[in-house]
Design a protein around this ligand. Structure first.
Ligand code: HEM
Length: 417
């Protein structure tokens, strides 16, 4: 475990922490965050030319201020394009998708892309999905009821959001297995860092295959529309600013990856945290009306997405330090959510916490589009599990965290009932 306050001579090498984060820190990032919050809340990592922001106030500011952008060409328009080496042929299919993700675009492209799909994710639409999600959760719970020590991630937390997003999009259920590997590869792409040639080839192939898959599905829905999101988006294509086919494909992939890589962590982390805090678990069993509030606290306490990044489009001053135009800032959502300046006793898990204005879904213009869906899925999943298995306990002695710097979630979690 990291020292909270090392002597000056042992000042930690933050660049190396980041390099090894996936390998070591992913299992216990919180002492790293506590160190950052206390000693280096906004620190510059020279070796990698990026900044790390961890305080709630700074993270929120970077995410909300339009002077911080996602596209390099908007951060330093005058330096385009000669400074950026062209992507390799193998990587190009990956970029073709990512370049059309709203997540990586700035206004006006971002506003347009988001506007064209946001109507599908309104809280009212999500409310209507509740009975369907409940029946999926109950069916999955039935299936594990007689197992000895089921892996709750593989048998419940993973399939639930995947079935839901596949149904929403209109992906045939039998194709779901295909997406597991593709989505996993994209989770690694998003993490960034070193990209050995073998991974570049694998990611390029995955991007080509998934794009081809959706191209075919879109063609099918064009000729025979159904009641699903792809058909809805196709119907909206008569509008002047409608999604192009490439944008539609990229959006489907984004929703699918978002549906695969995040909510599974919310469900898994909820169970883990509750079973590690049995007094809170008992309180929730007694007062199931606290489920929504418990989900918010899990989002804060074990945030499924730990960080994101932005680029400064001007020289930007924060507390006397200047982030230079074009420099990248890693904003540590997981650290901001443990900032004692924002949250009283931040390391305490409290399902009644109020107020709880966490940043698990980020903030500003890129605030998670799927948040209403994720919240409903989290609540229904937790309620179904607690109702069905009130005596559930962990069977693993140590949590088996996925080695990923971005997504905080468990590889597996065996439980007993
Ligand atoms: C607990 C589950 C989830 C968490 C913690 C989460 C977290 C986030 C975060 C932090 C962002 C902002 C990233 C940034 O600003 O750089 C984001 C964006 C986004 N999320 Fe989620 N997400 C979750 C579930 C979902 C689901 C289920 C969907 C849809 C199926 C979804 C779709 C999106 C989309 C489309 C964006 C991009 C929004 C934009 O760029 O305007 N998310 N999410």
């Amino acid at each position: 475990m990291l020292q909270k306050q090392p002597p000056a001579s042992e000042k930690p090498d933050i660049a190396s922490w980041f390099r090894t984060y996936s390998d070591h820190l992913h299992s216990e990032p919180y002492s790293f965050y506590a160190y950052l919050l206390e000693h280096e809340p906004l620190c510059y990592v020279e070796e990698s030319n990026f900044w790390v922001a961890s305080r709630y106030e700074d993270v929120n500011r970077v995410l909300k201020d339009p002077l911080f952008v996602r596209e390099y060409r908007n951060a330093v328009p005058e330096r385009q394009p000669k400074e950026l080496p062209p992507p390799s042929k193998e990587w190009r299919p990956v970029n073709e998708l990512l370049d059309n993700w709203m997540l990586f675009r700035d206004a006006p492209a971002h506003t347009r892309l988001r506007g064209l799909v946001s109507h599908a994710f309104t809280p009212r639409k999500m409310e209507r999905l509740k009975p369907k999600i409940r029946s999926i959760a109950e069916h999955l719970a039935d299936r594990i009821a007689n197992e000895q020590q089921p892996d709750l991630i593989a048998s419940f937390a993973f399939p639930l959001p995947v079935i839901v997003i596949a149904e929403l999009l209109g992906v045939p259920p039998e194709d779901r297995e295909l997406f597991k590997d593709w989505s996993n590869t994209f989770a690694k792409v998003l993490e960034g860092g070193d990209r050995p040639p073998e991974f570049v080839r694998q990611a390029g192939r995955a991007a080509e295959d998934i794009a081809e898959y959706f191209r075919r599905l879109i063609a099918e829905r064009k000729s025979t529309p159904r009641e699903d999101m792809i058909s809805d988006l196709l119907a909206a294509q008569v509008q002047a600013d409608a999604l192009t086919e490439q944008e539609l494909i990229a959006t489907c992939v984004l929703l699918l990856v978002a549906g695969h890589e995040t909510t599974v962590n919310l469900i898994g982390n909820s169970v883990l945290v509750l079973l590690n805090h049995l007094e809170q678990h008992a309180r929730l069993l007694e007062s199931p009306e606290l489920t929504a509030s418990a989900v918010e606290e899990v989002l804060r306490f074990e945030s499924p997405v730990q960080m994101t990044s932005r680029l400064a489009s001007v020289d930007y001053d924060i507390g006397g330090q200047t982030i230079r135009q074009g420099q990248s800032v890693n904003v540590m959502l997981g650290a901001a959510n443990r900032d004692p300046a924002q949250f009283e006793r931040p390391d305490r898990f409290d399902i009644r916490r109020s107020p709880n204005r966490h940043l698990a879904f980020a903030s500003g213009s890129h605030f998670c589009l799927g948040a209403p869906l994720a919240r409903i899925e989290g609540e229904i999943a937790l309620a179904a599990l607690l109702e069905r298995f009130p005596q559930m306990r962990l069977a693993d002695s140590k949590p088996n965290w996925r080695s990923n710097i971005l997504f905080r979630g468990l590889e597996s979690m065996h439980v007993r009932f």
